[in-house]
Design a protein around this ligand. Structure first.
Ligand SMILES: [Zn+2]
Ligand SMILES: [Zn+2]
Length: 331
């Protein structure tokens, strides 16, 4: 449907959705860019085609809210075993979907889900209050720890099994081959059949799994140790932004990009200070809304590029586009 995104309204969508069972065979729904659709029409569509749905693309459906994901969690279930068939969920740019709720809902409700895209959802869109961003960063860290525990347990089990089989005295830790490593990890709990070989996907590789082991195929290290669910881009970026935030909180590094931010960092005196400060996630510099606005007049258009970029007044690195993701610091 995304080819008709510009004029696809609720009414138009509802007029083609029938409850005659034919939609139950639908496996892929692409509504990318359909920014006129609301929850009610998309939920109605999911009602009739949720059963076998494997791929749901809702990127840039800006009117869609978290309730559509809640609804999908209820109705995207197979009649046979009650499990969800959904493998791929794209919510990138859905600014009304709460990032945290989407993460939690997908972790518990979609058993088959392998990939979810969440960049540009509510906690990573526009000016996000510091507390909301920190809550998201904490949840991602907790999720990562849960995943690590699972991998760690499976690895210990495998090592125990190997020790029971092998002759005594074999040092399992240093003689593990790539093949052993494959066997060590429970295929049902990791994406062993994926073999995508794309090192840029998902979370970063845990250092322990590569220690002392050479010639491990790239796809083993990128895929087999991943959580069943691949949260594209999110963990790494959020971690990066959280680091910038921590630097500001420590108050030691000179990252204030305007005089008003310097007051907050304690380098100047201004008792009447009333400025709303934002952290630019990319470079980590902090400046007030007024100074940010003023510095945006120095926009530049790079060679052969149609879009303007806005250099940070302190370091020259690109600021987010107007309305883009920034973290509003606690007053
Ligand atoms: Zn300022
Ligand atoms: Zn900067």
């Amino acid at each position: 449907m995304s080819a008709h995104a510009s004029f696809l309204t609720d009414r138009l969508l509802l007029s083609i959705v029938r409850d005659d069972g034919a939609f139950a065979n639908v496996q892929r729904v692409c509504l990318a860019g359909c920014n006129r659709l609301t929850d009610s029409a998309v939920c109605r569509l999911l009602d009739v085609c949720g059963e076998n749905l494997e791929c749901l693309e809702l990127s840039d459906c800006t009117l869609i809210s978290t309730s559509t994901i809640e609804h999908a969690a209820r109705v995207c279930r197979s009649r046979k075993d009650g499990k969800s068939c959904l493998v791929f969920l794209d919510l990138a740019g859905c600014s009304n979907v709460d990032t945290l709720d989407a993460l939690r809902l997908t972790e518990t409700n979609f058993e088959a889900l392998r990939e979810i895209r969440l960049m540009g959802t509510s906690r990573l869109n526009g000016r996000v209050p510091q507390d909301e961003f920190v809550e998201l960063a904490r949840e991602l860290e907790a999720r990562r720890a849960r995943w690590r525990d699972g991998i760690g347990r499976r690895r210990e089990d495998a090592v125990r099994r190997a020790e029971a089989d092998d002759s005594p005295g074999t040092d399992v830790g240093n003689t593990v081959t790539a093949e052993d490593m494959m066997n060590m990890i429970d295929p049902s709990a990791s994406c062993i059949d994926c073999a995508c070989g794309d090192a840029s996907r998902g979370e970063e590789i845990e250092p322990w799994i590569l220690e002392g082991r050479e010639n491990v195929p790239a796809w083993v290290t990128t895929c087999c140790i991943q959580p069943a669910l691949c949260v594209v881009d999110l963990p790494k970026r959020v971690k990066h932004w959280k680091t910038k935030l921590d630097i500001w909180e420590e108050g030691t590094a000179p990252i204030a990009a305007c005089d008003h931010a310097m007051v907050m960092q304690g380098n100047m005196n201004d008792p009447g200070h009333q400025h709303q400060l934002n952290l630019l996630p990319g470079c980590g510099h902090v400046l007030c809304v007024d100074c940010e606005q003023r510095s945006r007049v120095h926009m530049v258009r790079r060679h052969l590029d149609n879009e303007y970029v806005y250099p940070c007044p302190l370091c020259g690195m690109d600021m987010p586009n107007p309305g883009g993701f920034e973290i509003t610091l606690n007053p």
